[in-house]
Design a protein around this ligand. Sequence first.
Ligand code: NAI
Ligand code: MG
Length: 479
Amino acid sequence: MTMELIPHFIDGKEIESKDDGRFDNVDPWTREVRTQVALGGAEEAALAVSAARDAFDSGAWPRMGFTERGRILHRLADLMDQHTYELAMADTQDMGKPISDSSSKDVPRSALNFRFFADHARMSAAETLPMDSGHHAYTRFESAGVVAAIAPWNFPLMLETWKIAPALAWGNTVVLKPAEDTPSSATILARLALEAGMPPGVLNVVHGFGPDSVGEALTTDARVDRITFTGESTTGRVIGRAAAGNLTPVSLELGGKGANIVFADADLESAVQWSIKAIFNNAGQVCLAGSRLFVERGIYDEFLRRFCEAADALIIGDPKDPSTQLGPLATEEHYTKVRSFVDGVEADGGTTMIGGLGEGWVVRPTVVTDAPATARVCREEIFGPVVVVTPFDSEAEAVDRANDTPFGLNAMVFTQNLSRAHRVSSLLRAGTVWVNCFFVRDLRAPFGGFGDSGVGREGGNFSREFFTEPKAVVMEIDS
Ligand code: NAI
Ligand code: MG
């Protein structure tokens, strides 16, 4: 049987690797090889960077103008809408995300990324500074050049487009390396981009691994002008070092260990529902997961009872089934990692209230209590459906516990006390604080983390800063 091969997409053409290298793409639900993927290396990375370099240097894309570029990006978004099911199923079969999520959230949001950044760039204004000396200064935001986008597997299409859309809208050309576990949707996207009228070489996709592979080759290529990465904090450090060699600016969106603080004055049922979403959505494979849940002692027992009940009611199953709410973990390697946390709870001093291992690579919604703050489950990013619930007695204690982590991506606060909501939001060391909600995004807002959760911010003008070279022009008026 010949299996479908997912090719690279370079300079508008679908190509295989020079040495015909390929690797398997495994469906985490069936645990069978579904497709094969072209395995790129240094050669393919160089080829893709050359294509992106030529497409940029020819000037056609960066000088096209915001309106015409925007039209192409909007057409791409429209085509994505028309191919929602195909794109959603690609992510679902690559990494086990429930189809109800990928089709109703990931793909629509990915299309929105293109629409939003196309319009944002077109309507973007820059300051003019009148000077006492009879001069004025103004700022131009010029396309940076070639962008290498290195993506993770947890929200494949959504996080890829979060990088690609602003990069393209600001006139850059792109080489995208999807995570090795989730190659399918990116290749469909590249085909749709060509169909939307994007010139060849503007968006290139190369497949392969990170270290000693296509990923590393992209981060060390001096012809790359920007590197944007989302993934593990340790990988972020490696990429930051590689980028430093060429003084290439990097944007790093890394791991998290989100604190979720529920005060006794919160709307209890609403707090339970949001807290369930915060940790079990996408089987907890979310950098923003609310994996440390702190509940004020007065409502602790009642909250925990309702929370465990709701967690137990989640429908586990085949991610292709529209009723499934929690699928398998993305890969065997990742399952093994999450499993080591689940297996280690008791040894770490914790108690497993509900959950544990399921069939295949499924980990059931797992609720841990009594774990000391030093336990591995409390400190490390698990990236699975495992939450640690801890009581607290005062606002100050909740804030201290929440901030007791090297990460600082996000936090949640549930309270009906307005002053407390603002006060606690200001005290939390995190890039995003959600009050009485979770995962609600305005694409103009900064997105990124404090501490080990990252370097830089993306979103709205923050993406503009990163994906352009701001230039000051100073001009004499009275001469
Ligand atoms: P990873 O950070 O190793 O990989 C993410 C991407 O970076 C992939 O495309 C990979 O090929 C690439 N990459 C890896 N090493 C590279 C290098 N030296 N140079 C260039 N590119 C490189 O994440 P992985 O292995 O997929 O997952 C491992 C753990 O990371 C997970 O168990 C989870 O805890 C965490 N993670 C966190 C994410 C987040 O959003 N914060 C996303 C994905 C994973
Ligand atoms: Mg890795």
